[in-house]
Structure formats: structure tokens, C-alpha cells
Design a protein around this ligand. Structure first.
Ligand code: HEC
Length: 168
């Protein structure tokens, strides 16, 4: 009897896992099936290929690498949350240059920037080195995509080809 009910639960879990692809109204019975470890394992094994495809955004790899490139090369000045340091390093969060023209921001990161700028009402007159020597076009594209879509920024991805096309 116990064995029969486990098989039954595995069956239910499989049906739920398969059904979840086409229906969304399975939540009431999912919780009872998940109390049996075998059923949960079977359900997640059956569901995982579809779930991982559904969960991965198009540019997941680029966004992940971009975050890493940022932490390694940029966060020391612009800070982990993109806030910068008033008077020394401009913020990247909420900065219209970052979320504006992709070619312009790609040029700044690839070839560096110096001179007077005003960001969020504060003046900066610093110098950012060019990153085109130490980072590949793909790394720059990834970090640009990251800073344009982090900390509340909402601008589109930048491709490696776009960065490659930015001439000095
Ligand atoms: C050594 C400190 C330092 C590091 C590291 C650094 N930056 Fe900068 N960044 C600056 C400074 C300083 C400025 C402002 C330059 C000026 O005043 O003209 C700046 C400006 C910028 C701007 C332009 C902001 C605007 O409003 O015009 C962007 C975009 C930017 N940095 C992105 C990055 C990215 C991406 C990285 C990592 C690849 C990075 N920075 C690493 C110091 C740094």
C-alpha cells in the first residue's frame, strides 16, 4: 500500500511537471506531492530541462560575465552599487550617460575620459583610464550591458560588434 502510494505520487508529480508546461493551475495539488522525497526528485528531474530554459534570459551569460568584469575592474572607483564617490568618481546608477547612446558610453569605457563633467548636479574633473587595452571588446560589451541594466538602470544590451565598431 505504501509502495503503491509512492508510485502514485511519482505519477502525479510527473503529470504535474508535464502539465506545468501547458497549464498554470496546478498549485493546489503540487504541495501535497512535494512531501514525498522520491516524488520531488522525479518531478524536478522531469521539470529541470524546461525550467532552466524558461528561467535563462537571452543574455544571461553576458550579464553574468559583465557583473564579474565590473566587480574586478570598476567597483573600486564606481562602488559595488554604482553610486560612485561624490566629488571623485561619478555614479553610474541613475546616470543618463550610462543609459543613453550606446556608442557614446562604449567610447568612454574603451578609450577613457577626462575633463569636466557634471553628474547628478555634482562636478567631476577626474581621469578614467582607457579600458580597451586591458579588456576585450566582449568584456567591455558585457560590462556595458551590466551597468546599463543594474541598480535601476534600464537600457538595452551592448554587443561585442558595437564595441568593436567604436573608433577613437
Ligand atoms: C580609477 C578609478 C576608475 C575606475 C577603476 C573606473 N572608472 Fe569610470 N570613471 C572614473 C572617473 C574619475 C570618471 C570621470 C572622468 C571625468 O571626470 O572626466 C569616470 C567616468 C566613467 C563613465 C562616464 C560617466 C559620465 O557621466 O560621463 C563611465 C560610463 C564609466 N566611468 C564606466 C566605468 C567602467 C565600466 C569601469 C570598469 C571597466 C570604470 N568606469 C572603471 C574613474 C574610474
Amino acid at each position: 500500500m505504501e509502495r503503491f502510494s509512492k508510485i502514485g505520487l511519482v505519477g502525479v508529480a510527473l503529470v504535474l511537471a508535464l502539465g506545468a508546461c501547458s497549464k498554470s493551475s496546478t498549485s493546489s495539488s503540487t504541495s501535497s506531492a512535494s512531501t514525498a522525497p522520491e516524488a520531488t526528485a522525479a518531478a524536478s528531474a522531469a521539470a529541470s530541462p524546461a525550467a532552466s530554459v524558461a528561467a535563462a534570459p537571452q543574455n544571461a551569460a553576458a550579464a553574468a560575465d559583465g557583473g564579474k568584469v565590473y566587480q574586478t575592474n570598476c567597483s573600486s572607483c564606481h562602488q559595488a552599487e554604482g553610486t560612485g564617490l561624490a566629488g571623485s568618481f561619478p555614479p553610474l546608477a541613475g546616470n543618463p550617460v550610462v543609459t543613453g547612446d550606446a556608442t557614446k558610453v562604449a567610447h568612454i569605457v574603451k578609450y577613457g575620459l577626462s575633463g569636466n563633467i557634471t553628474v547628478a548636479g555634482k562636478a567631476y574633473n577626474g581621469m578614467m583610464p582607457a579600458w580597451g587595452q586591458s579588456l576585450s571588446n566582449a568584456d567591455i560589451a558585457a560590462v556595458l550591458t551590466f551597468i546599463r541594466s543594474s541598480w535601476g538602470n534600464k537600457a538595452g544590451a551592448v554587443t561585442e560588434a558595437q564595441v568593436a565598431g567604436v573608433a577613437q
